[in-house]
Design a protein around this ligand. Sequence first.
Ligand SMILES: Cc1ncc(COP(=O)(O)O)c(C=O)c1O
Length: 335
Amino acid sequence: MKMQVSRLKIGNTPLVELKSFSDKSIKIYAKLEWYNPFGSVKDRPAYWMIEDAEKRGVIDKEKTILIEPTSGNTGIALAGIAKNLGYKVEVVVPEKVSNETKILARLLGAKVLEVEDDLCPKVGKGTDQSIALAQAIVKGHPNKYFMPNQYENEANFLSHYEGTGPEIWEELNGKITHFITGIGTGGTITGVGTFLKERNKNVKVISVEPQKNHHIQGLRNLEESSMPKVLERRKEVIDEWLKVSDKEAFDTVREIYHKEKLLVGPSSGGVLAATLRIKDKVKEGILVVIFADDGRKYRSVYENFKVFDEEFDSLIKNSKYMPPNSLFMQNLSIY
Ligand SMILES: Cc1ncc(COP(=O)(O)O)c(C=O)c1O
């Protein structure tokens, strides 16, 4: 049976307390974004960007091919949503992106073009191969291709300002003191951060960047790649900019599994590692983190970096909060 994607199916993901990382005076909550239909936080901007382009009348199901440079999750989200709505999709990904990610995007019907690039396509001159290739294709066939461009598109920000931010605020009755998340395009941090600060200007907003030449799919180091416009427009919403290494991120992925039985993606490990530093500094508070995706599509990465001693299938089997309605569990049978 074909699933009909709509705004209603995106978001409203669970917010769970990470009890083993919390204590009496500091609570840490994680928003489990893999509960979105195509398995990551990126379902939100993907849906918002397509809806916005439809409203503006710049795309047409009969004619338009959507093309997007992405570190993977946006490609999967766009492929799933666009196919569901009747569009063709092509994605340009850095070759370092996990094989599982590329396979999923292809299984969802996207054409996947690979380029040598950093793990989040760089915006800086000369290194922005994914973006440059997507742009060149659009330029060559302007009537055929449309590039949503998550790095510049205001609908990316709005998906979090109208969705993720209000969800967190309501779930905690406004009792949040710190919001911590990774930076890719900056859509999540600026969207959620702006919404929360409009409600309570004292909420602290903290960003997490990876080390240079990192292996944390979806995140971006701003020393080696320039700042996306989505982030640039509202970067003043960020109170503190933290960095994490690959090792800290992978060590924390392991720790999260052993303590909470949650199998998370590398960026969630990085974000919680940074959050534990904040926890050491503040006396009390309610800290909210975004867990952007789960660990299933990083099997090859985790095996490569020897993150776990256990057999990967047993990790999946024994983990909590693996939604049976997800892309993986249904083996793509929604199509
Ligand atoms: C796994 C993962 N974590 C975090 C992010 C960062 O999100 P944003 O682009 O909203 O900054 C992304 C973005 O692609 C991602 O794929």
